[in-house]
Design a protein around this ligand. Structure first.
Ligand code: HEC
Length: 166
């Protein structure tokens, strides 16, 4: 588990565009959610989690401090997260496994928090000047405690594929 974590820290952040998901039409999103569904069934095994209880405890506090104002205290986000608001921006999505945060490998999730969504036309602020890399990982650990074993196992496969393809 340790070695995996170190390997993930060493690989350069993926050059994927976060906004790509956000900019898709709602119809496309639904279609992609449906495409993901069979995989959730397929990887129903339990994968061991990459984080410790200490990370989760620290991450929970940091989340309430920095993220809960938009993503809600329980990471459930906005119920209307798929609908553009009057400024043409997306509301804060749920991070609790009910939206598509779990479609992103760890390096990309770190990058979203570091750089925010503004460079991609979104509205999430960047946190790279406020949060250290290990604090961002603590927050992601806490966020992932909200994911069911099924969702986590599916994410874990995707995350491993993403780190192998580098
Ligand atoms: C000012 C409101 C706001 C704050 C504060 C905020 N976010 Fe966001 N977040 C958003 C919005 C809005 C989006 C959708 C993309 C965009 O518009 O930038 C988003 C997107 C995300 C995503 C991508 C989700 C996905 O499914 O692709 C993650 C992960 C995320 N936020 C985590 C965090 C974390 C962790 C924090 C605290 C360190 C945080 N956010 C603080 C508003 C916010």
């Amino acid at each position: 588990m340790k070695i995996q974590t170190i390997a993930l820290l060493l690989i350069a952040p993926l050059l994927l565009v976060v906004g790509a998901c956000a900019e898709k039409e709602e119809g496309e999103k639904t279609a992609s959610a449906e495409r993901m569904a069979p995989q959730v069934e397929a990887f129903s095994g339990v994968a061991s989690r990459w984080y410790s209880d200490e990370q989760v405890a620290r991450g929970g506090e940091l989340f309430q401090q920095h993220c809960a104002s938009c993503h809600k205290q329980d990471a459930s986000g906005s119920p209307d997260w798929k609908k553009l608001n009057e400024e043409g921006k997306l509301p804060p999505p749920p991070l609790n496994g009910s939206a598509h945060t779990w479609h992103h490998p760890l390096p990309l999730l770190r990058q979203v928090i570091r750089n925010g969504g503004i460079p991609m036309g979104g509205s999430m602020p960047a946190f790279k000047d406020q949060l250290a890399a290990d604090e961002i990982d603590d927050i992601l650990a806490w966020v992932q405690t909200h994911w069911s074993d099924k969702i986590y196992a599916t994410w874990n496969q995707l995350n491993q594929r993403a780190s192998k393809s580098r």
